[in-house]
Design a protein around this ligand. Structure first.
Ligand SMILES: Cc1cc2nc3c(=O)[nH]c(=O)nc-3n(C[C@H](O)[C@H](O)[C@H](O)COP(=O)(O)OP(=O)(O)OC[C@H]3O[C@@H](n4cnc5c(N)ncnc54)[C@H](O)[C@@H]3O)c2cc1C
Length: 208
């Protein structure tokens, strides 16, 4: 079995300057102020709109992200309805095959360190689940049957596309102290990337 940390990757080489320009062009239709568009007006214009709550304008652009996290976290991610998803399927993936390294992969829970009693208990359970999964496949179970014993900690890849308004909503809601530590971990990986790429849209989001 393999134990890995979660990770995130922005897909598709988005061009933030072009994204800003597109959103500005849409937003300025509201005020018929297209004549004010200059080289660097998009960022400040959109920042003002977001601050005023006129967020529908930023729905005109989207970002796609590949997130590698555990199954419990993808279950929370897919509750967000204004989004598109493609998620690794435990029905179609047979983890006994070579392309999966003939093993199960789990996401390391951030709240336990190697050597902790809880970490050791968790790791023993994962090893036992891997053994059970392989035994079920060996006994003739299909992957969609054997998945019955797979845990929340199972590594899962999910590609998520959201418009910029929904990303803001997601990052604020799932970055808050009330959210689960492992989805907050994903927000902590994502938010700095978004802030670097599009500071005008994400700089006001603060995670403590
Ligand atoms: C701390 C925390 C604890 C949670 N605990 C639980 C739990 O115990 N059980 C559980 O089932 N879920 C739980 N959830 C999930 C939560 O109820 C939402 O399903 C999830 O966060 C998706 O967010 P959302 O509904 O705001 O928005 P999204 O689906 O992301 O939609 C964005 C926004 O669009 C609007 N919208 C979307 N759909 C509708 C609609 N049909 N009608 C009106 N407005 C709409 C809303 O303004 C919404 O905020 C929890 C979430 C958090 C953050």
């Amino acid at each position: 079995m393999q134990i890995i940390p979660p990770s995130v990757e922005i897909l598709g080489n988005p061009d933030p300057r072009q994204m800003l320009r597109n959103m500005e062009a849409a937003g300025r239709v509201c005020y018929k102020s297209e004549a004010n568009i200059k080289e660097n007006t998009a960022g400040p214009f959109l920042r003002r709109l977001v601050q005023s709550g006129h967020e529908s304008v930023i729905e005109h652009e989207k970002l796609t992200v590949k997130i590698i996290c555990d199954r419990g976290v993808t279950h929370e991610i897919v509750r967000h309805r204004i989004a598109s998803y493609s998620q690794e399927s435990t029905r179609y993936c047979n983890y006994t095959k070579d392309k999966f390294g003939n093993e199960l992969t789990f996401i390391k829970p951030l709240f336990w360190e190697e050597g902790d009693a809880c970490y050791t208990l968790w790791k023993d359970q994962m090893a036992s689940i891997e053994k059970g999964y392989f035994a079920l496949i060996e006994a003739g179970a299909t992957p969609e049957e054997a998945r019955s014993i797979l845990p929340n900690s199972l590594k899962t890849e999910i590609v998520v596309t959201m418009n910029m308004r929904e990303w803001r909503h997601f990052l604020r809601l799932r970055g808050s102290k009330a959210a689960h530590p492992q989805i907050r971990e994903i927000v902590r990986l994502l938010l700095p990337k978004f802030q670097e790429m599009l500071p005008d849209l994400f700089e006001d989001i603060v995670i403590d």
